[in-house]
Structure formats: C-alpha cells, structure tokens
Design a protein around this ligand. Structure first.
Ligand code: MF3
Ligand code: CO
Length: 262
C-alpha cells in the first residue's frame, strides 16, 4: 500500500479532490441523521450508496480489493474496515462510518465516529480526544514540516490521555488512487520522515483505542478489532498541505450539525 513517490497535485486536481471529499462529508451527514438505536449498518450502507450515486459519484470502497460495500461501519471494539451488517445499533454503542467517493477520477476519503443515543462519559472522552488528535495532526501539515511531526502530535495527545494509538494501520496520500504515497502514521518523532510540500494531498486518520493499541483481523477478512475488545474511535479528513497551514478538503460541518439535532 501507498508505494512509490508522492504525487503533488495541481490546483485543478485539488478542486476535484475537494469535490469528492465534500460529497463524502454530505453523505456522512445523511447517515448522521439516521444513527440511532435500531438502525442497521446495512441500512446506512444502502443510504450512502444511493446518495453518492445520486450526486454523480461512485462509492469507491465498493469493489476496492474486493470490499463488498459502500461504507465501512466499525462498531465498538471494531477499529476500521467493519462490514455493514444486520445487527441493529444499540444505545451506548459507538460506530465509525468511513466513506470513499470517486468523482471525476479523483478520490475523497473521510470518516467520523458517532455515539448511538447516550454513551458513557469514557466513550465521550475517547471520541473527543480522537477528534482532537485529528485536528492536532492537521495543524502540523504545513509545507516544510515532516510526516513525523503529524504522527508525533497525534500520538502525544492520545497517549497523554492514556489511550492506545493503533500503529498497524496508517493514513495515506489521496488522488487518482485511494492509497498513494506517503504513508501517514499516527505515531512518530518530530522532524523525522519525508518533508511536506505544498500540493501534497493526504488522509490523516487517527485510530485511537480506549485500551491496548494492539489489533487483530477477524475471520471475515476485513474487520480490524482491538485485541482486548475495548472500544476504538476513528476520525479522518482529506487535506492538502499549504505553505501557511493545512487546508481541509473534506468537512465535518454538516455532520456536526446533524449530530447536534439528534
Ligand atoms: N478509509 C479506508 C482507508 O483509508 C479505506 C477502507 S478499505 C476499503 O484505508 F476496502 F473499504 F476500501
Ligand atoms: Co483513509
């Protein structure tokens, strides 16, 4: 994954990635309206698939390395790559919904973790800190800094709260392909790794666990779960490196609006 050299994007290409990324945000907001006890992740998958196609996009995860759905839906101890299923969500669950859209030949990739009804304070804290990790990582995505600056910021914030940082899965470049160079780990050392340059488009996606950082894959061939079965959160934005700070190409604005009305 993410082999080869980074491909720096032109402004025209960045606009196309923005369009795809914003469609991901709009789709996640449609799902946000429906996340409640009793809904199944298969129902959410169907809504996303239809909404994306109705807006001129293709749900890019569908068929990607044989993935069978439009969305990844990872409940509680599932970290990422959870398969939509027929089990209804239950009050107190958390669920990461991850979506990729291809439109005009370019990808957008974004994910958000929702609480189902009322969730425990420790889970509210996990979601808050994981979202903060994403934002702190994004703050480091400035031309001249290095990939390790992003990872350090994410890791430091999560670990200062006693949470486990998943190391087996990483963020990635985004463009004509979902996974391009460079890899974007959620851990690292300041000043290490490749230097960030203007026009580099990457997905930053902290996966933060309430307990151990260790994960394993289920026998379904997709779902990644925590080794200790404790809950995990995941937030992801597609961003572009700029000289004076990162520019976020996806958006949580509509998602947060929908969430606040639930
Ligand atoms: N958002 C995931 C990632 O960034 C992709 C899901 S894998 C797929 O790696 F197979 F569902 F596409
Ligand atoms: Co991604």
């Amino acid at each position: 994954m993410a082999a080869g050299k980074p491909v720096y994007k032109t402004e025209d290409e960045i606009e196309l990635i923005r369009e795809s990324s914003l469609l991901v945000g709009k789709t996640l907001a449609e799902l946000a309206k429906r996340v409640r006890p009793g809904v199944t992740t298969k129902e959410l998958d169907k809504v996303a698939d239809t909404f994306i196609r109705d807006h001129g996009g293709y749900p890019g995860f569908l068929g990607y390395n044989g993935y069978p759905n439009a969305i990844c839906a990872s409940v509680n101890q599932a970290v990422v790559h959870g398969l939509p299923g027929d089990a209804p969500l239950v009050e107190g669950d958390i669920v990461s919904l991850d979506i990729g859209v291809v439109k005009n030949g370019f990808w957008g990739d974004s994910a958000y973790t929702f609480g189902v009804g009322e969730i425990k304070p420790e889970l509210r804290q996990l979601l808050k800190v994981t979202k903060e990790c994403l934002m702190l990582g994004i703050e480091q995505a400035v031309a001249g800094k290095r990939i390790g600056d992003i990872g350090y910021a994410v890791q430091h914030h999560a670990e200062s709260h006693g949470f486990g940082v998943v190391k087996d899965l990483v963020g990635h470049g985004v463009g004509k392909n979902l996974h391009e160079a460079p890899e974007v780990p959620n851990f690292g050392r300041r000043g290490q790794g490749i230097q960030l340059m203007e026009g580099l488009v990457i997905a930053i996606e902290p996966m933060i666990n309430l307990g151990t950082r260790n994960v394993k894959q289920l026998k379904d061939g997709w779902t990644i779960v925590t080794a200790d079965q404790k809950p995990s959160a995941h937030f992801e934005h597609t961003i572009v490196v700029r000289k004076n700070g990162a520019e976020v190409l996806s958006s949580f604005e509509l998602i947060e609006k929908a969430e606040s009305l639930n």
